[in-house]
Design a protein. Structure first.
Length: 57
């Protein structure tokens, strides 16, 4: 249980994923009336090209 109590403290030392900053800025721009096309989050709907897979191996 003692480790669970330390978790919130350690969380403060974790840098946020960059996309979270982008999403926050996009939300600010939208609130200011700007139109924003969101391309900052998601996963591709296609697999990795075979030459890239082969090179990674």
């Amino acid at each position: 249980m003692a480790d669970a109590a330390k978790f919130p403290q350690r969380l403060d030392r974790v840098n946020p994923f960059r996309v979270m900053n982008v999403m926050q800025r996009a939300a600010e721009l939208e609130q200011a009336g700007r139109k924003v096309v969101h391309l900052e989050v998601g996963e591709p709907d296609f697999s990795t090209a075979q030459p890239i897979v082969d090179a990674a191996k």
